[in-house]
Design a protein around this ligand. Structure first.
Ligand SMILES: *Cc1c(COP(=O)(O)O)cnc(C)c1O
Length: 366
């Protein structure tokens, strides 16, 4: 049996007609850059996230960058985040002229360890970016309390957490802003690149609207130096169609995860992911931990199972971030996890037989 890591073609097949109709409407209207299809999606996505506003941009990376810029993060500032994330989180901080300051993660949730945050705060700290890694939200109550005490902004990196919940509150609705990626493989994926910022703050939403459109809110009236960060009309139209299916797809991901958990319960040398009782995990990634990863990966490959690694190296050990002067041993939990993480096949198209087969292959390794 072959088990792909994900199956986008299969996911889209049942809704292809609806998507083609939506794309044709964009072609007929000529609204390709920003415009009404993006505005409609923004309203739908804000409602989905239980937020007042959503602003569509070109990617998740751009969402993070523009949210920080709009909050006034700039030269000489520091922004606290985790080293076990996609590098974009740190890049967005750097592209504001600020410095990423890393804090180690909690060994069980893999999200930022709130107990370590205060020691990383300095007079230059402007914001905290908790990353809802793999689709599980960080411990937002503790993070918001620390941010309030020290006067810091909180920007949620929700790029892997569309539809995730923390104590019945949606990802992207708790911090000052939430940043989403619609990269094709994400839980809600476009037919290309796209992203969005969510917020309840009208002034902040307007600043981001200006930043993504060359600093103008009115045509030819450029009040700040902005950028071209608009979302494509075609992406807006496709995302509107796919958003209707997101809750259903996330439920299947959760059922898949429960099935993996049950089948791997007593598998030796495997740590399955833990999810706090008050969290709704969106399971963008189902990551297990194995001590001898190269042997494990080779054996899975041989059995026809495609796995992934998110991410093999923590950001502070990447050459691009060598100037920060961190090293092996700086963030021991993130480093240990990065050495052990293996992402098992996970998508709404995964069926029971495939999950049983993957679990069987895992038992054959250990
Ligand atoms: C995907 C991702 C991003 C970046 O999103 P893009 O749309 O690829 O720019 C940022 N942070 C995390 C945690 C991500 O998974």
């Amino acid at each position: 049996m072959k088990v792909p890591y994900m199956d986008l073609k299969g996911l889209h097949e049942p809704i292809n007609d609806e998507i083609f109709t939506a794309i044709k409407a964009v072609i007929d209207s000529g609204s390709f850059a920003g415009g009404p299809f993006v505005e409609t999606f923004e309203q739908q996505f804000a409602k989905f996230c239980k937020c007042e506003h959503a602003v569509g941009v070109g990617s998740g990376t751009e969402a993070l960058w523009m949210a920080l810029l709009a909050l006034g993060v700039g030269d000489g500032d520091e922004v606290i985040t985790v080293p076990n994330t996609f590098i974009a989180t740190a890049e967005a901080i750097s592209f504001c002229g600020a410095k990423p300051v890393f804090v180690d993660i909690d060994e069980h949730s893999y999200t930022i360890n709130p107990e370590l945050i205060e020691a990383a705060i300095t007079p230059r700290t402007k914001a905290i970016i908790p990353v809802h890694i793999f689709g599980q939200m960080a411990d937002m109550d503790s993070i918001m309390a620390i941010a309030k005490k020290h006067g810091l902004f909180v920007v949620e990196d929700a790029c892997q957490a569309h539809g995730a919940e923390y104590k019945q509150r949606h990802a992207g609705s708790i911090g000052d802003a939430g940043c989403f990626s619609f990269y094709p493989g994400k839980n809600l994926g476009a037919f290309g690149e796209a992203g969005a910022v969510t917020t309840d703050n009208l002034e902040l939403a307007q600043k981001i609207c200006a930043l993504r459109d060359h600093g103008q809110l009115k045509k030819n009236d450029h009040c700040v130096v902005g950028w071209n960060g608009r979302m494509d009309g075609i992406q807006g139209a496709v995302l509107s169609v796919k958003l209707k299916h997101l809750n259903g797809w996330n439920q299947i991901r959760q059922q898949n995860a429960l099935q993996y958990n049950a089948l791997l319960l007593d598998a030796k040398n495997i740590k399955t992911p833990r999810s706090s009782a008050y969290n709704q995990h969106a399971y963008h990634i189902y990551s297990v931990r194995v001590p001898d990863r190269s042997r494990f990966m080779a054996s899975m490959e041989k059995g026809g199972v495609s796995c992934g690694i998110h991410y093999p190296f923590p950001v502070h050990l990447q050459k691009a971030y060598a100037p920060l002067g961190k090293f092996q041993g700086s963030f021991p939990i993130a480093e240990k996890c990065a050495n052990e993480f293996v992402s098992l096949p996970m998508c709404p198209m995964l069926n029971t037989e495939q999950i049983e087969y993957v679990s069987h292959q895992i038992r054959a390794v250990s």
